[in-house]
Write a protein that binds this ligand. Structure first.
Ligand code: GLA
Length: 403
């Protein structure tokens, strides 16, 4: 009897230490929104190891890595089927050296590598996916040195329960893979993943359909989300974001300038610089993961100004991890306020209209704040409100520094 209870105690301890090790591992994942560069909008499925290595080089030389963009994220199109042991393999034409060699290269630059699969038999672009091979694929990804998995949902059943369980199956497989891998859920928001994704093991979850390189949908019939559509869909979801669990507003379109390809259809003809600056401002305010998708080998000064502003990125990476709360929303104005870890606030004032507009906005905070304009890089004055003009579709962004 004593022996049995000793065995039970040992099993119990083993189980306990495993689950607490797992939860320690997970609770330290994605404590701030992941930042990186993703292949999809620029290359679609025509990706090669050469292009990705060039992008990794450019992440370093352009200052992207230094600014915090530390993931290179391979999206759909890398797969070349399965081998005779059913191991998933990369397309040997696109990746002649294999993904492990690419991971080593990327790691050697101080970057991390992400990969992509799907919770059904085929991915959205029709490549081999992971359903029924979750354990095996997770182990393969771990053996290659993968640090992040985006897991899509094309070809899977519509109901919520199947989604919850298919995502959990892959999350468990990643946990058992022996490597710490961030798990990005991508079922496009239809099943309200903010209600169940953390429990299914996700550190981030897409909240909407795919973004296009446009400001907003021009009619209810036009598919594809614009920047403003995604801001409006995410504004009510603030309570679900926090360290280790983020509302993913999809990729940045900054610098694509209407490029043909995934972001260029359904009215994706490009945005103005004010609109791109608004995307960066509000993706940071709403604590979204930041995945740039432009050609970072050839970035204009204007694109660098938008993507690499350290004070704006700091709002996104603030350790308190709060998504900004929408304080005002009407035909002309959308205003967000985000509390920051050191007691400061960030304030974003977006002009939705097609003309320049004037506003006086009272912060609604007790006490006075020094007002720093984060795009103009200057302290304006100390006060309890901001008065000024905002161009059409522009976002003025301020840090309110506690006096
Ligand atoms: C879906 C996703 C996109 C991208 C493509 C790849 O549409 O939402 O982000 O990954 O699949 O096929």
């Amino acid at each position: 009897m004593r022996k049995i209870s000793l065995y039970l105690t040992i099993i119990c301890c083993l189980f306990h230490s495993k689950t607490s090790a797992q939860s320690n591992q997970e609770s330290s994942l994605a404590l701030t929104p992941p930042m990186g560069w993703m292949t999809w909008n620029y290359f679609a499925d025509q990706i090669t190891e050469k292009d990705i290595m060039e992008m990794a080089d450019a992440m370093v030389s352009s200052g992207m890595l230094k600014a915090g963009y530390n993931y290179v994220l391979i999206d759909d199109g890398w797969q070349g089927g399965r081998d005779h042991k059913n191991n998933i393999i990369a397309d040997p034409k696109k990746f002649p050296s294999g993904i492990k060699a690419l991971a080593d290269y990327v790691h050697g630059k101080g970057l991390k590598l992400g990969i992509y699969s799907d919770a059904s038999l085929l991915t959205c672009a029709g490549y081999t996916a992971s359903l029924h091979f979750e354990e095996q694929d997770a182990k393969t990804f771990a053996s290659w040195g993968i640090d992040y998995l985006k897991y899509d949902y094309c070809g899977a059943p519509e109901d919520v329960e199947t989604a919850k369980s298919r995502y959990k199956t892959m999350a468990d497989a990643l946990r058992n893979s022996g490597r710490t891998i961030v798990f990005g859920i991508c079922e496009w928001g239809g099943r309200k993943p903010w209600l169940w994704a953390p429990e299914s093991g996700g550190q981030l979850w897409r909240t909407t359909n795919d973004i296009r390189d446009k400001w907003k949908r021009r009619s209810a019939k036009e598919g594809g989300e614009g920047i403003l559509d995604i801001i409006d869909l995410n504004a009510p979801l603030a309570e679900f974001a926090g360290p280790g669990h983020w509302n993913d507003m999809d990729m940045l379109v900054v610098g694509l300038n209407g490029k043909k390809g995934p972001s260029g259809d359904l009215g994706g003809t490009g945005c103005t610089q004010a609109e791109y600056q608004s995307q960066m401002s509000l993706w940071c305010m709403l604590a979204s993961p930041l995945a740039a998708t432009n050609d970072i080998r050839n970035m204009s000064e204007e694109v660098k100004r938008i993507l690499l502003n350290p004070e704006v990125i700091l709002l996104n990476q603030d350790t308190l991890g709060k998504q900004a709360v929408r304080k005002l929303n009407n035909e002309t104005w959308t205003v967000f306020l985000k509390p920051l870890a050191n007691g400061d606030y960030a304030l974003a004032i977006l002009n939705r209209s097609n003309q320049t507009q004037q506003i006086t906005y009272d912060f609604g905070l007790t006490g006075s704040y020094q007002i720093k304009d984060l795009w103009q890089h200057k302290v304006i004055r100390t006060g309890k409100n901001w008065k000024g003009s905002v161009n059409s579709h522009e976002t003025r962004l301020f840090r309110l520094i506690k006096k």
